[in-house]
Design a protein around this ligand. Structure first.
Ligand code: FPP
Length: 250
C-alpha cells in the first residue's frame, strides 16, 4: 500500500514570506455559541473546534509559520459544568491518541504549557507519549496550553527563582528579563508575534501575560469553528500591514 501523499498549500501571493510571524498564538473562542446557534450541545462546538485547530496547524506548517500555541483549557475553565470539563479532558486525550501518527508524518513537535500535574492521569500519559515521540521532529512547534493561567505561570516562576535565591544559587540582582523568561513554561518556545482571538471578545483572558507584551493582536467576530483559510489569510495579511516598533521610533 502506498502512503497518502501530503498535499502542501502554497503561501498566498499577497503574503510575504519574509514578514510572516514566527510564532502565532490563538484564543479559540466561540465554540459554545457556534453550537448554540445550531441548537446543538456545546460539546459539538468543541468537536468542530478541533477540526479548525488541525486546519490552522496545517496552514501554519505549510506557509512557514514556525510555532503555533493554542489556548485549549484555562485554569478558570474548571468552573464550567462538570460534564463539559469531563468531555474536554476526554476529547484532548482522544485527539492526542488519534493524531499522533499524523503529527509524526508531518514532523510536528508538540509540547504543553500549564499546570499539567492537575490533569487526569490518563490524559497526562497521552501527553507524555506525544511529547516524547515528537521531541526530535524538526517541523512546526505546536504548543497546547492546558490548565494554563498566565498569573499562575508567573507565580510559579517567582517561586522557582525565590528558591534559587534562598539556596544561594543566584543573587537578587541576577534577576532580569532573560532569567525570568527562562523560568516560564515557554522558555524554549519564545514569544508570540501575533495573537488571534475569535468571537469578537477584546480580552486576553489570562493567556501568556508576559509573552504577549509586544504581540500584534488580531480579533475577528468569526466563531472558532468557522475560522477558515480565508480568515487565517486575512489575519496574516493584517499582521503584515502593521508597523512593529517595539516601543521605539523609526
Ligand atoms: C472556548 O470556546 C473553547 C474552549 C474552552 C475549548 C477549546 C478546545 C478545543 C478546540 C480542543 C483542542 C484540542 C486539543 C487536543 C488541543 P467557548 O466554549 O468559551 O465558547 P463560548 O464563548 O461561545 O461559550
Amino acid at each position: 500500500m502506498t502512503a497518502k501523499p501530503i498535499i502542501r498549500q502554497v503561501l498566498p501571493a499577497d503574503l510575504s514570506q519574509d514578514r510572516l510571524p514566527r510564532h502565532v498564538a490563538v484564543i479559540m473562542d466561540g465554540n459554545g455559541r457556534w453550537a448554540k446557534n445550531r441548537g446543538l450541545p456545546r460539546i459539538m462546538g468543541h468537536r468542530r473546534g478541533v477540526d479548525t485547530l488541525k486546519r490552522v496547524l496545517r496552514y501554519c506548517s505549510d506557509w512557514g509559520v514556525r510555532a503555533l500555541t493554542a489556548y485549549a483549557f484555562s485554569t478558570e475553565n474548571w468552573g464550567r459544568p462538570l460534564e463539559e470539563v469531563d468531555f474536554l479532558m476526554t476529547l484532548f486525550e482522544r485527539v492526542l491518541r488519534q493524531e499522533l501518527a499524523e503529527m509524526m508524518e508531518e514532523d510536528v513537535r508538540i509540547s504543553f504549557v500549564g499546570n499539567l500535574a492537575a490533569l487526569p492521569q490518563s490524559l497526562r500519559a497521552e501527553i507524555d507519549r506525544a511529547v516524547t515521540q515528537t521531541t526530535g521532529n524538526q517541523g512546526i512547534q505546536f504548543t497546547v496550553a492546558t490548565n494554563y493561567g498566565g498569573r499562575q505561570e508567573i507565580i510559579q516562576a517567582c517561586r522557582a527563582i525565590a528558591i534559587k535565591v534562598q539556596q544561594g544559587h543566584i543573587q537578587p540582582e541576577d534577576i532580569d528579563e532573560t532569567l525570568f523568561t527562562h523560568h516560564l513554561y515557554t522558555a524554549e518556545i519564545g514569544d508570540p508575534d501575533l495573537l488571534i482571538r475569535t468571537s469578537g471578545e477584546m480580552r486576553i483572558s489570562n493567556f501568556l501575560l508576559w509573552q504577549l507584551a509586544y504581540a500584534e493582536i488580531y480579533v475577528t467576530k468569526t466563531l472558532w469553528p468557522d475560522f477558515d483559510q480565508t480568515e487565517f489569510h486575512q489575519a496574516l495579511y493584517d499582521y503584515q500591514q502593521r508597523d512593529r516598533r517595539f516601543g521605539k521610533v523609526r
